[in-house]
Design a protein around this ligand. Structure first.
Ligand code: IFM
Length: 461
């Protein structure tokens, strides 16, 4: 019962959110540099220019992880550091940075897990259409080849793309993330290109190092509707579920997209899917990464909301149902049971998946140091403990969860929300860049040291 002996305990970050040093080592501009430097796009004009300055302080961050006993570290590679032109020449300064990071992790006994793409697309490629341009499948496969050649001898586990749903819908439809596009045609094209890219990246990695293990990280949720007897709400739930939960999994496992969306997208999808594409989508990834934060609640959208959302009921973002209190600083309800339900559902609907990693799970709370300099983030401790309980119950039900990465190691640049939403188990003072492990870091450290068995006593105390 509980966590298997070889369970892997990790923490996660992403390049643009922590590295800073945005002009160092020949790095080119990414879409997030452009977006964050554009007035009105990010909370109070925050940017990733300095972030946690991890680029210069990575040794300190590794030491913190080592002291906590963290076994695996999921970080992302910044494409604009490695190939500043997007395609073509490698930048050895950027490659050296990640080589040093990987070597230092291995020296500290921490397994590196590299995410190839966590949203910082080179701006030069956005200038050619970014994810809406089919050529991106080739661009990112070439980048994967370079990454595998440079780091594949030391990095066993790779995440191909982080949260392609966010890349697509937040970036190309709602426009609240870089590149800030609001266009349904481009979003549908990106939906297909991200799915195709996952499969082609996997093939590119394997061509260099056949032993590499890779998978995609999907943000997924358990949907709850206010009224289970309301057929319209159930239909709405099915569209949202197809769009968020099923699109990428049905593609990679069955070589198909959900029928309701295929019908709804119609010609817009048909014109971007080329002959042979559906076969190419199928890939036997070694693991699936799940990023889980909260359940989603669906209530009846008003007429205005439906009209505002491209005339469809597919994206009623304002049609919130009745979420339970309390919630985190992101406004996301705290629903640990939803993680167990989601994992059980994945195991039932896609039994082919034999290895699941929770590649992100965490909560934003703004606790800072007290008069003794300690950060007592008890709400995060509760969140962590309750979600780990949920994972453990899913494992007891036979779901093959093999790893957990807390999001995030450090307080960091939370995209359009800037620095005020703090997800870290390590506090970062953004004036001095001082790091302070929070109470949650110490609790997580004990969880790791006991392979989860301490959870029982933490919950009682
Ligand atoms: O900070 C993000 C991360 O980059 C992607 N997944 C969700 C996190 C919290 O919003």
């Amino acid at each position: 019962m509980g966590f298997p002996e070889d369970f892997s305990w990790g923490s996660a970050t992403a390049s643009y959110q922590i590295e800073g040093a945005y002009q160092d080592g020949g790095r080119s501009m990414s879409i997030w540099d452009t977006f964050s430097h554009t007035p009105g796009k990010v909370f109070q004009g925050h940017t990733g220019d300095v972030a946690c300055d991890h680029y210069h302080r990575y040794a300190e961050d590794i030491k913190i992880m080592k002291d906590l006993g963290i076994q695996s570290y999921r970080f992302s590679l910044a494409w604009p550091r490695i190939i500043p032109g997007g395609t073509g020449a490698r930048e050895m300064h950027g490659i050296d940075f990640y080589s040093r990071l990987i070597d230092a992790l291995l020296d500290a006994g921490i397994q590196p897990t590299a995410t190839l793409y966590h949203w910082d697309l080179p701006q030069v490629l956005q200038d050619k259409g970014g994810w809406a341009n089919r050529d991106i499948v080739g661009w990112i496969s070439d980048y994967a080849t370079v990454a595998a050649e440079e780091f594949g001898d030391r990095v066993a586990n790779w995440v191909t793309i982080n949260e392609p749903w966010c890349v697509t819908w937040l970036g190309y439809f709602f426009g609240v993330h870089a590149p800030g596009v609001k266009d349904l045609d481009q979003a549908i094209a990106s939906s297909h290109h991200t799915a195709l890219a996952h499969a082609e990246i996997t093939r590119a990695l394997r061509a260099v190092h056949p032993e590499i293990r890779s998978g995609i990280s999907l943000n997924m949720t358990s949907y709850r509707v206010d009224d289970e007897s309301n057929a319209e709400l159930l239909k709405l739930r099915d569209y949202q579920d197809a769009n968020l939960n099923r699109w990428y999994l049905d593609a990679q496992i069955k070589g198909e997209y959900p029928a309701n969306l295929v019908e709804f997208y119609g010609d817009k999808l048909a014109k971007v899917v080329k002959p042979g594409d559906m076969e190419k989508l199928v890939i036997d990834s070694e693991f699936l990464g799940i990023n889980y934060y909260s359940d989603s609640f669906i209530g009846t959208p008003t007429k205005e909301q439906v009209e505002k959302n491209a005339g469809s009921f597919l994206f009623p973002i304002n049609s919130d149902g009745t979420p339970p209190a309390p919630h985190t600083d992101m406004g996301w309800p705290i629903t640990p049971q939803g993680l167990e339900d989601l994992l059980v559902r994945i195991h039932k609907d896609w039994p082919e998946i034999e290895d699941i990693a929770i590649t992100e799970n965490g909560a934003a709370y703004d606790d800072g140091p007290d008069e003794n300099g300690q950060v007592n983030d008890e709400r995060r401790v509760d969140y962590l403990v309750n979600h780990l309980d949920s994972v453990s119950r899913a494992i007891d039900k036979g779901v093959p969860v093999k790893a957990y990465y807390y999001w995030s190691l450090l307080d960091n640049f939370e995209w359009a929300e800037g620095y005020v939403k703090r997800f870290g188990i390590v506090y970062v003072n953004f004036e001095t860049l001082q790091r302070i492990p929070k109470l949650s870091a110490n609790v997580y450290s004990k969880v790791i040291a006991t392979n989860g068995s301490v959870l029982e006593s933490v919950r009682k105390s």
